[in-house]
Design a binder for this molecule. Structure first.
Ligand code: PLP
Length: 282
């Protein structure tokens, strides 16, 4: 496994980070995760734009322009074996004597690694996944893809402990997103989606879903949806770069509608796979 650290490619065993790195001490940094299909990074420019936005929200300098980032990502893909990869990028404020306030002189740490991309097996897509719910216990800047993920870690573990795939979050009684995914519902043929505000991560897959819904002619309602409306929806899906689009058929041990993946999910799943294949060929 070859990784990238501060300008150089190396085997992961050789990559070293100083213990005073603010990523380690404070979780002071941001990340991105880019899926790669048949060695083609998916929606690379969109991921790099979100990275740049996350960095500027935390006032961490972006050391590379998008051309340089693209070159580094493509080189990392080339140096790793799998055809389908997930590229993880992490940028922290860098190493400095421990003090909460920003250090005066500090060089950001840039780390990238590649892992094989594992998307959900066909059997899970066909049967649908199980989710639980929780109050959204996170902060008010969930739109920043920050590495300080302690609430997300606890919420995902809650799902794993219950044998579920995801924890769906409600803030003040309204749907926000999943612990590591965006959530969509379907009600009487209309796709319901929470708006891209400070309480959810603007998913790259979320945008793809909205574009595909438009080209499929499926109406979308973007708004704040109360818990009861989500629980009584006709369909529920989760989306992310690694889960792609996955139906949720049980929430807190209660079936969603008839407990089977719905017709609009099936259409969108097909459209997503076609879109992926089209991108890979172009
Ligand atoms: N929301 C959260 C909290 C996430 O961690 C993720 C991705 O892991 C998403 C949404 C989905 O974002 P994307 O589609 O860009 O992977």
């Amino acid at each position: 496994q070859i990784v990238y650290l501060n300008g150089a490619f190396m085997p992961i065993e050789e990559a070293r980070i100083p213990v005073l790195d603010r990523g380690f001490i404070f979780g002071d940094g941001v990340y991105e995760l880019i899926p790669v299909y048949s060695r083609h990074p998916f929606r690379l420019q969109e991921h790099l734009r979100r990275l740049s936005t996350s960095l500027s929200s935390l006032r961490i300098p972006n050391l590379y322009d998008s051309a340089a980032w693209s070159r580094h990502v493509e080189e990392l893909v080339k140096r790793n074996e799998a055809e389908d990869q997930s590229i993880y990028i992490q940028v922290t404020r860098g190493p400095a004597p421990r003090d909460h306030a920003f250090p005066a002189h500090v060089e950001p740490t840039v780390f990238m690694m590649s892992n094989p991309l594992i998307t959900p097996p066909a059997s899970l897509v066909e049967s649908g996944a199980v989710a639980i719910s929780s109050q959204d216990i996170r902060w008010d800047h969930c739109d920043i893809k920050a590495i300080s993920l302690l609430p997300n870690v606890l919420l995902r573990q809650m799902a794993v402990d219950e044998g579920a795939v995801e924890t769906i979050l409600f803030r003040d009684g309204m749907l926000t997103e999943g612990a590591a995914s965006n959530i969509f519902a379907v009600d009487k043929g209309v796709i319901l989606a929470p708006p891209k505000d400070q309480h959810m991560l603007p998913g790259i897959t979320y945008d793809v879903i909205l574009e595909l819904a438009e080209s499929e002619g499926i109406p979308v309602d973007i708004g704040y949806f109360p818990e009861a409306r989500i629980r009584s929806a006709d369909e529920l899906w989760m989306t992310s770069s690694t889960k792609e689009i996955l139906p949720i058929v049980r929430l807190d041990n209660t079936p969603i509608a008839n407990g089977l993946p719905g017709p609009i999910f099936k259409r969108m799943y097909k459209a997503y796979q076609l879109y992926k294949n089209h991108i890979m060929r172009s």
